[in-house]
Design a protein around this ligand. Sequence first.
Ligand code: HCA
Ligand code: CU
Length: 380
Amino acid sequence: ISNFKIIESTLREGEQFANAFFDTAKKVEIAKALDAIGVDYLELTSPAASEQSYNDCKTISSLGLKAKILTHVRCHMDDAKLAIDTGVDGLDVVIGTSSYLREFSHGKDMEYITNKAIEVINYIKSKGLEVRFSTEDSFRSDLVDLLSIYKAVDKIGVTRVGIADTVGCANPRQVYELVKTLRSVVSCDIECHFHNDTGCAIANAYAALEAGATHIDTSVLGIGERNGITPLGGLLARMYAGDKEYVKNKYDLTMIREVENIVAEAVEVTVPFNNYITGYCAFTHKAGIHAKAILNNPSTYEILNPQDFGMTRYVSIGHRLTGWNAVKNRVEQLDLDLTDEDAKRVTAKIKELADVRPLSLDDVDTLLRTYHHAKGTGGH
Ligand code: HCA
Ligand code: CU
């Protein structure tokens, strides 16, 4: 799949993360870093949320970034009017349609929702801005209700419709089916938003794109309400695995680490050890069989080329699973004059020691150098 677009919502959904507090300077820094990656859109917190939020929409809209700037508002005329004054390129309008939200949140029926949507969309369009209409909690909404409201807004020329898995309940097959059905009902673009409560957020995004969705919402490190949404880095990894050239040419993948570091520091978390691309072990190879093959041809055990992401590969050798080929490679790096037989002997020694205690690369180097020295002086 190529030709998908990313709506980067760290500055909206991400602000709903438990630890998030972004002052204006931090928002500007994050916006610029995301723009450097080349994300297609930045979505900002509603200007109706607070005075600072309103001012931040203005500030970020006036930075002259390549990314289009969106803000996210409730389906209300007051919010829409306020948002248009901030200079954003478009509005992402949302309203809840599931029985839960209709009963326990806003208390409106489908007819009211549809009429309100049409009014708000027509108004935003009359001001020349992009407008997306989405239904919160789409997967627990009535399918007939959903399709009829999407059809109605498509007919009046909405820019995009959106599906949101607000509670993270959907699985990839359900996503594929819903998007496929929606694709046959509307002609506008389709945006999708997936929460990650059951770990399906990337897979769901991919399934949505396969079914004809055009835009995916992400946030840096996946931060958002509860445990968050589709992470930007993970989605890019997924898309790269499918169409490497397209993704490499369109986005600056080497900037992912920087924006993750900025956001991690701002929200006081560390980048997870097993994070896509940037996790500390994401490009570490350990087992002897893997190490040997990786040294011959990295593609044997790597779907992502670390260089494309500004990362480096690491082959771990100081452990009981090590193999002599990897040890031999270290011998060459250290420029020691040892034969294959020597490397095999030191490997046996490494395994013996590693059964007793963890070894660092330094420990391995010391073993190699000691062996080399002993050999040079004629005794082992
Ligand atoms: C929420 C709103 C939202 C909106 C998604 C969208 C969600 O915080 O409840 O605009 O498509 O997950 O439903 O983030
Ligand atoms: Cu959300």
